[in-house]
Each structure stands twice: as C-alpha cells, then as structure tokens.
Design a protein around this ligand. Structure first.
Ligand code: NAD
Length: 396
C-alpha cells in the first residue's frame, strides 16, 4: 500500500510505519549519544506511544537501561486503514529495545478502565516483579469513569469570560482571530475528570495495593504553564483547572509514597508539537513563534531532549530533585526565560497571514506535525509500497 497523509482539521488519519520507525530511531540515537543515567530499573509508562510518554519510555530504556511496560490507546491497521502512529512507534520501540537486550511489553487499551489496570498489574507480577518508576502521560479528550460509568469530555475553554486571540491554520498559514466562549460549570467538572489527577491516583493506589510498587518508587505526571497570551484559554481555563487538580494529586501522592521512601512529582514541560497540543487554539501559533526564537538562540528542544533533561538532571540527578516554590519540576525553564518570552511577545504583536512564515517557524511546526505520523521524514520513499500491518512484538 502507498501511504500518504490524509488530514481532517488538526488530525492526520493515516500514518507511515517506516517513517514512524525512523522518528523513534532518531530519538533513540539522540539518547545514545548522551551519558547513561543511573536511574530506574523497571518502568511503567501510561500514555507511552507518542509525545512525552514515548520519549520518557525511550529515555528509561536507552539511557537508564530499564525494562518498560507501555500502556496506550492505539489501533492496528485494518483493511484500507493504516494503524495509528502510536502503534507503529511502539512496534519500532519494542524491536529496538529487544535488540538492545531490554525487556519491553505493551498493553493496548483504555488506561482509565479497571480491566487495563488489572491486566497491567498481572503483567508486572509475572514479568518484572516490581516497578520503581510510574510515568503518567495520558492526554485524552474523553474518559469513562470505571466506577460510575459516566463518560466525561474535556474542553479547552476559558473560565468566566470570552477569550479572543490570534490563531493559525497551520496547513494554510492563515492567521485569524479565535474567539472562545467560556465553559459552563459542567464542562469544567468534566474536563477535570478527564485531565485531572483522579485516574493517576487510582493507578498508584491499585499498584500499591497489589504490592507491585517497589519501596522508594517515583511517579511523575506532566503539566504545562506557558505564556501570558495563552493563560486565559489554557492555564486559567478548563485545562489549567484540571492541571491544578493533577498538581494537588502529586502532593497527596508524595505523602502517600513518602511513607515507604517514594516520591511523586509534576514536571512542567515545554510547549511542543504533539497530537494533543495541535488541537488547542492559539497554541500552534505560539509554538511557531517560540520555535523561531529558541532555534535562533540554539536552545530549542523536542520531546526527547526535554525528557532526557528531566531524567538526568532532575529526577535522577545528583542530590534532591530541584523544584519551584510550588513543588513543581520545571523543564519549561528555557521556554519561560524572560528574554525568550519578551521576543515571542514582540513577534506575536506583529504576526499576520502575510508575514507568518517570516516571523515564526510555522514551516517547522507544519513539518513536525506531519513527522508525528511518520511523514516528511528524510530517507523514506513515500512512493514505495509498504505493508501497513505491523506487529508489536510483546503485545499482551
Ligand atoms: P500525546 O497526544 O502525544 O500522547 C498521549 C498518550 O496518551 C498517547 O500515548 C495515547 O495513546 C495515550 N492515551 C490517550 N488516551 C488513552 C487512554 N484512554 N488509555 C490509554 N492511553 C491513552 O500527548 P502529549 O502532548 O505527549 O501529552 C502528554 C502529557 O504531557 C499531558 O499531560 C500534557 O498535558 C502534557 N504536556 C504536553 C505539552 C505539549 O506541548 N504537548 C507540554 C507540557 C505538558
């Protein structure tokens, strides 16, 4: 089958197996040029197939030499439909991990369900014994509550008032004004239920009760703060409220795990092109301006560089893990430098459809978006026939 990108809005409905494999290999290659990390031995990554979760899994395996279990929600190829990018990424990851002599297993299904938690616990028991790091990196538009059966949907909306700012269609380069009406109380409640900390807490409770968390285990989940221009729609909006709940959960988990020498953190990461962030209005234009400034200054990072720095300098660096006054790990520190933010704000004021490719790195954004699905990757022949059916070696 010849696989070309097919887009619908901010999603791409096809993925290229060889391109995805190459993107995973690029991340592995980066990690292997860095010093090894004295870190975790057995790692569970929930939300492991793309973005920050995939990069966390690669760092665990290829910088720390750990065995990993990845839990994720991806689809295999079927008929004329390709598999999702996360499926191809995970297949490539597992093959490379096996070649390097590390154990790795995949569980594909709904991480929010009791069934997938129970299945994961069984797998840990039979294959790894105990886990000493749990990475929680799920980003989802929906969650069905395992006890009540209620299905919640998350929305990205401001609270209290209407928000209006520039946004871009990153396919066409058209810069327009996005106006978003405030969320209702119920939309806020549902967004917190999807993207807040309840499911993370459930995972840790169940792993602990089952006796599969090692003493001294660490857990980390990811958050975002970002610039003033997106505050009303992000940090002070519905998603920000969910992130506040996630951060409060980290404090509770830190006490809970602290009783046996363990730790829980939220790491605030940099804004990057991922399937989740491309769905947020305003953010792709901000990321394009940010990339321009950070690339010019030589301090641009992708998911893998961010996660390597998180593991090597923060979670498993020398001494105590450095945190800010709220107890948060900040690997968004380079993004948030005042001089970077001042330059982005200056560009932001001038951005229009006419100058967007000059004043921002929109072309870099667009290319990275397609690379998430294995397209626009050097060395891949997109006219060649490829088999879309790829097996994940250790799928349970
Ligand atoms: P992503 O979309 O690339 O990855 C999400 C992962 O969650 C995928 O592996 C997917 O399979 C998995 N997933 C989704 N629903 C699931 C379900 N029901 N069961 C099991 N797995 C499921 O997202 P990302 O951007 O890497 O985001 C991960 C975390 O990082 C989020 O908490 C996000 O808020 C945070 N973060 C993202 C950015 C950014 O700019 N992308 C910045 C800072 C923090």
């Amino acid at each position: 089958m010849i696989i070309q990108p097919k887009t619908r809005g901010f999603i791409c409905t096809t993925a290229h197996p060889e391109g995805c494999a190459q993107q995973v290999q690029r991340q592995i290659d980066y990690v292997q040029t860095q010093p090894a990390i004295e870190g975790p031995r057995n790692v569970l990554v929930i939300g492991a197939s793309t973005g920050y979760g995939l990069a966390s899994r690669i760092v665990s395996s290829f910088a720390a030499g750990a065995n990993t279990i990845g839990v994720y929600f991806d689809k295999a190829a079927e008929g004329a439909r390709t598999a999702s990018a996360g499926w191809y990424n995970s297949a490539a990851f597992e093959e490379a991990a096996a070649a390097a002599g590390r154990k790795s297993y995949s569980i594909v299904g709904d991480a929010f369900s009791d069934e997938i938690k129970a299945k994961t616990i069984d797998l840990i028991r039979t294959e790894l014994g105990k886990i000493d790091l749990v990475v929680y990196s799920v980003a989802s538009p929906r969650r069905t509550h395992p006890k009540t059966g209620e299905t919640f949907s998350s929305v990205i909306k401001p609270l209290g008032g209407t928000y209006s700012n520039k946004t871009v269609n990153f396919h066409s380069g058209e810069v327009t004004q996005a106006t978003i009406e405030p969320a209702t109380e119920d939309e806020l409640r549902q967004t917190i239920a999807v993207m807040g900390g309840e499911d993370w807490q459930m995972w840790i409770d169940e792993l602990q009760q089952a006796g599969v968390l090692a003493d001294g285990a660490t857990t980390v989940a990811y958050s975002y703060i970002g610039p003033e221009i997106t505050h009303a729609v992000y940090r002070e909006g519905t998603i920000g409220a969910a992130k506040n709940d996630l951060e409060a959960t980290a404090q509770r988990l830190n006490k809970q795990l602290g009783e046996s020498g363990g730790r829980a953190f939220v790491s605030v990461n940099k804004a990057l092109v991922t399937q989740s962030s491309s769905a947020i209005p305003v953010v792709p234009l901000y990321i394009s301006a940010l990339y321009k400034v950070m690339k010019e200054k030589g301090i641009h990072e992708g998911c893998i560089e961010q996660m390597y720095r998180l593991f090597s300098e923060r979670l498993y660096g020398e001494g105590e893990t450095p945190v800010d006054e709220k107890g948060l790990i900040r690997v968004d520190d380079w993004e948030m430098r005042p001089e970077i933010q001042a330059e982005v704000a200056k560009l932001w004021a001038d951005l229009t459809t006419e100058n967007v490719y000059d004043l921002s790195d929109l072309e870099g954004y667009r290319r990275e978006f397609f690379q998430l699905f294995g397209f626009e990757t050097d060395g891949i022949d997109y006219e060649a026939d490829v088999n879309p059916e790829v097996n994940i070696p250790n799928l349970r």
